[in-house]
Design a protein around this ligand. Structure first.
Ligand SMILES: [Zn+2]
Length: 386
């Protein structure tokens, strides 16, 4: 079994290019992780996901825990065997969905207590339980349970939440190490090479971010995530918080900005030293008819595309752009054809994954600042469809 490791191969200003090695293969960083909530990226097959260039998929612990259940998945040999996706998988802790989806949730020092959004059944998610579920799922990277604070938050509430997240980080790490050593016989460890990431909190307060980063690093994880951003704060504040966090994280371990974001968010965060991203934007927007292109965002529903024979993005080489016109995609969307979601998703993911590839190439050749400037300039010239 290959152990988890990370190495930085190039740096360019604050940006890093590197490689993560996991028991299910390597990931070139900076990397984008398509979101496969239920063990599949919505509307496309694993084969299409691979052909678009994805090297890793993210799956949601909350959803898989409720249906079909982590016990069932562990009996199938873990998430890789169950889903047939053979490349690396990262799972979240389930916390974000508990905070955003579940009914009648209460949070105390022990954890989160909630009722399923599906059938109202009662559940508790503690730092230990989140580690157990992810051990059974057998992802390559597991996240600790953190407290997701609503935005905006006042300083005292943000401090209390950050400190609780830190106490939970110690409990999650203790449980993770116990699982690794086989001290929890009632839990199936589906992937003995799993790594665990700590999560930095601290809302929009730079001092709290620094404190959270320093203290979470003291717990000792294989990687570190920046949480609690992309929740409604302005872009400038998000970039400032990323910049206030990364200097305190170990240079030789991966850094993951959770839940962000737009292509410009990715470029600006890479500039500040982030290695990994996930976001539902490319897949969700695709299903709503919005396409990300090198010439700006287009909404394929618009009448102006009804007789437009150009591909969605003339600069893109994906299957959708090679074979479909805007006129055809608009027709498919207008009549509610399932293929519209598939073709749009394939393009949007290709655009994101290709953008990350261009970022990696730019870093390797010492041209990242030039790439970043050109990216900003092209964005400012782009008309954005609504
Ligand atoms: Zn395309």
């Amino acid at each position: 079994m290959t152990a988890f490791s990370f190495r930085v191969t190039h740096t360019d200003g604050g940006a890093r290019r590197g490689q993560i090695t996991t028991p299910h293969g390597a990931i070139e960083t900076p990397a984008f992780m398509p979101v496969g909530t239920q063990g599949a990226v919505k509307a496309i097959t694993h084969r299409d996901l691979e052909s678009a260039g994805a090297e890793i998929m993210l799956s949601n612990t909350y959803h898989l825990y409720l249906r079909p259940g982590d016990d069932l998945i562990a009996r199938r040999g873990g998430l890789h065997r169950f889903t047939g996706w053979t490349k690396p998988i990262l799972t979240d802790s389930g916390g974000y969905q508990v905070f955003s989806l579940s009914a009648r949730r209460t949070i105390d020092e022990q954890g989160a207590h909630f009722r399923s959004h599906l059938d109202g059944s009662a559940h508790s998610l503690t730092p230990e339980k989140a580690a157990d579920i992810q051990a059974q799922l057998g992802s390559d990277m597991a996240m600790v349970l953190d407290e997701c604070l609503a935005h905006p938050a006042e300083l005292p509430a943000a401090r209390a939440s950050m400190e609780r997240t830190l106490r939970w980080a110690y409990r999650a790490r203790d449980r993770f190490l116990a699982l690794r050593e086989g001290l929890a016989p009632d839990v199936t460890v589906s992937n003995p090479g799993q790594a665990q990431f700590g999560i930095i909190q601290g809302s929009v307060f730079p001092d709290l971010r620094e404190e959270s980063a320093r203290q979470t690093v003291e717990v000792g994880f294989e990687g570190y995530a920046i949480g609690g951003l992309s929740v409604g704060e302005s872009n400038d504040v998000m970039y400032e918080m990323v910049g206030a966090t990364t200097p305190w994280l170990p240079a030789n371990q991966p850094r993951y900005l959770m839940g962000a974001g737009t292509p410009e968010d990715l470029v600006e965060s890479v500039a500040r030293g982030v290695d990994m991203f996930d976001c539902v934007l490319p897949t969700r927007n695709a299903r709503n008819g919005q396409l990300f292109t090198s010439e700006g965002r287009i909404n394929i529903k618009n009448l102006r595309y009804a007789e437009d024979d150009r591909p969605p993005d003339p600069a893109c080489g994906c299957y959708t752009c090679r074979t479909c016109s805007r006129a055809y995609l608009r027709h498919l969307f207008a009549v509610g054809e399932i293929n519209a979601a598939t073709l749009n998703t394939l393009h949007n993911l290709s655009f994101y994954l290709d953008t990350l590839k261009r970022i990696r190439d730019a870093i390797a050749f010492g041209r990242f600042e030039r790439f970043r400037l050109a990216f900003q300039q092209s964005l400012s010239r782009q008309p954005q469809d609504q």
